[in-house]
Ligand binder design. Structure first.
Ligand code: F6R
Length: 241
């Protein structure tokens, strides 16, 4: 694992955006695996800035997102489709047919999971996967468990995740209980992985991820086995390493 130390959220975002930009410049038809949440927002702003300056061209880029809530459609401002469209896709020249997220409104969950796995395979796997880190060690919505799930699946979100997400919803009962997520197998097949982590509240879990035992109880600990992982953290998140 390569670890980049940065001083703050802004520097973390610039550094990670630089790595993604390099990927797109070197391979204009890259398949990028993308994440939502608060951590990557600064990265997306940096990428939009680079695009506006003419430094980046997304016309051949394809993207697959890690996850989506079950039951939310793209018009719901808490859906990940809405997030991605408004925070990145509508600001750059990516083609509408080239970005993918699991369909939260799919009628048949099993079929949706199988077709998402097939899609990733048809794209030739992910060149660079961007990951945030949950405070319980989750990546995507692969929550602490007794095994590492391989492919895309429907998960019952952990109570701590539901609680963390509740800040975005007006009423508690509106917070989704289920989500589609790529599995650990999909993530581990990515050629390169970039994990972004900021804030003191992630320091303990990041320490376990990097130097603790590899266990499905800390899903991100499996990243120790991947041959090309870069962690970009701010000073606070890296304070215990
Ligand atoms: C989001 C995702 C999640 C988040 C994680 C951290 O697509 O897959 O694993 O990356 O929950 O979220 P933030 O960045 O909000 O702390």
């Amino acid at each position: 694992m390569e670890i980049y130390r940065t001083n703050n959220y802004y520097e973390m975002s610039c550094k990670a955006a630089g790595i993604i930009a390099a990927q797109v410049i070197l391979k204009p038809d890259s398949v990028l695996g993308l994440a939502t949440g608060s951590t990557p927002e600064g990265i997306y702003q940096q990428l939009i800035g680079k695009y506006n300056k003419g430094e980046l061209d997304f016309s051949k880029v394809k993207t697959v997102n890690l996850d989506e809530y079950k039951g939310l459609d793209k018009s719901n401002d808490q859906s990940y489709q809405y997030y991605m469209f408004n925070k990145l896709f509508r600001h750059i020249n990516i083609k509408a047919e080239n970005y993918y997220l699991p369909n939260g409104m799919a009628k048949d969950s099993k079929e949706e999971c199988e077709s998402y796995d097939q899609l990733i395979q048809d794209l030739g796997n992910i060149d660079l996967q961007l990951l945030g880190l949950g405070q319980n060690g989750h990546i995507g919505f692969n929550e602490p468990d007794d095994h590492f799930p391989k492919g895309t699946h429907l998960v019952a979100l952990a109570q701590s995740t539901i609680q963390a997400n509740s800040r975005f919803f007006e009423k508690d009962e509106d917070v989704p209980r289920y989500a589609y997520t790529m599995g650990i197998g999909n993530i581990m097949q990515a050629k390169k992985i970039v994990v972004v982590v900021n804030g003191r509240q992630k320091a303990d879990i990041l320490k376990q991820v990097v130097s603790g035992p590899i266990t499905p109880n800390v899903p991100a600990s499996i990243l120790q086995l991947h041959k090309d992982v870069t962690i970009v953290g701010d000073r606070e998140a890296l304070s215990l390493l």
